[in-house]
Design a protein around this ligand. Structure first.
Ligand code: SF4
Length: 369
């Protein structure tokens, strides 16, 4: 308990809140403001859960970014998974994906119609499924950022070592740095600094953000998920802005090391190669995804079953694409908490446990009320 308390100690939080106010005032005195993008969906959830938005000075705003892997997965990917399920393939997936709308329905609805769609709690469960049913093809829905790519791709490693022939991946891996660059390249998105994703940084290492600080003059601060982590991170960003600096700071040294995780990156590099990837909201971004290398093509479900992944169609009226880019808040969506709720979601941002709309529904709606 002491460990947890030490990251939630009000005696430490209070001076940090004061520091946020004085730094905000220093910016305001010269007409400045800070629009800070919290990139990661887990940060968005933590910000809501701990009421951090309510602690910020008026001229400091937090904008949720494209850091929810379920949310950024394009509807065409869900369509391809549904097409595979309808062909008699067993789909193995994390639970969130069951409720993400494709162009014309969800995998959950497909399962209700009799298709074989199994929820997994780890990628290894897909291997167990494949071993238990050698008569069926099993496809694992391989989505995620740098954090999850290595454990997912280790399925291929396992399949090779254990000679499993009926297991493959439908890949939609995404890389965070190209998405941040796309955000900065979009003149309609106003971001002054990044609260960088914690777990992704544990894989890629802090140096990856240096171009954003050096070339775009955006402070980049890596922070953990506890309330004090986030307050320290926001203070560090405001310190930089007030002092006219832009650098990369790692405040999550207990998890994020200077070199990131070279073992995970080596595993990724062995099996995967960079590819242009389609992001919900951000569109097609060069070198922003990873796909299996040619020598492992038999584990690539898209090729193995010839199910090309197209763009698909967004749910009518859903603003997820804008929310993911940080252009709109969920509260600006007319469907929010009306037609779109966690039990009956219209878009992925309301489905995922890291989705911005889901976070706003759970925490910000209540606080505003
Ligand atoms: S509230 Fe629902 S419909 Fe609106 S942007 Fe969020 S997920 Fe999409």
């Amino acid at each position: 308990m002491k460990y947890v308390d030490s990251f939630r100690d009000p005696a430490i939080a209070a001076p940090l809140c004061d520091r946020l106010k004085t730094r905000g005032a220093a910016l305001a005195a010269r007409g400045g403001r800070a629009r800070i993008m919290e990139v990661c969906g887990s940060h968005t959830m933590a910000v809501g859960r701990h009421g951090i938005r309510q602690l910020l000075p008026e001229n400091v705003t937090l904008i949720s970014g494209p850091g929810c892997p379920v949310c950024v997965t394009a509807p065409g990917y869900i369509d391809a998974a549904i097409a595979l399920a309808r062909r008699g393939v067993t789909i193995a997936t994390f639970g969130d994906m069951l409720h993400v709308p494709g162009s014309e329905g969800t995998l959950g609805e497909c399962r209700s119609g009799g298709a074989s769609v199994e929820v997994c709690y780890s990628p290894r469960s897909a291997r167990d499924l494949a071993l238990a049913r050698p008569d069926r093809e099993v496809v694992f829905l391989a989505i995620g950022f740098e954090t999850t790519i290595a454990p997912v791709v280790s399925l291929v490693d396992l399949a090779l070592r254990e000679h499993i022939g009926n297991l493959s991946l439908l890949t939609a891996f995404k890389l965070v740095p190209p998405a941040l660059r796309a955000v900065l390249d979009d003149p309609e998105i106003q971001v002054d600094a990044f609260l960088c994703p914690a777990h992704v940084s544990a894989i890629i290492g802090p140096r990856t953000y240096e171009p954003f600080a050096r070339d775009f003059r955006k402070p980049c601060v890596i922070a953990g998920f506890e309330p004090l982590d986030i307050l320290f991170g926001l203070c560090a960003i405001l310190d930089q802005m007030v002092e006219g600096r832009a650098s990369v700071e790692n405040l999550y040294e207990r998890v994020v090391h200077e070199d990131g995780n070279p073992i995970a990156r080596a595993l990724m590099d062995r099996y995967l190669r960079p590819v242009a990837a389609r992001w919900r909201g951000l569109g097609q971004l060069p070198d922003s995804g990873l796909m299996l290398r040619d020598e492992f093509v038999r584990y690539d479900a898209e090729k193995r079953f010839d199910v090309p992944v197209g763009p698909g169609r967004e749910s009518p009226g859903c603003l997820c694409g804008e929310v993911i880019k940080g252009k709109r808040s969920p509260l600006e969506c007319p469907l929010f908490a009306q037609r779109c709720t966690p039990t009956d979601p219209v878009g992925p941002c309301m489905v995922s446990s890291e989705g911005t709309c889901s976070a706003y529904y759970k925490y910000e709606r209540r606080m505003r009320a």
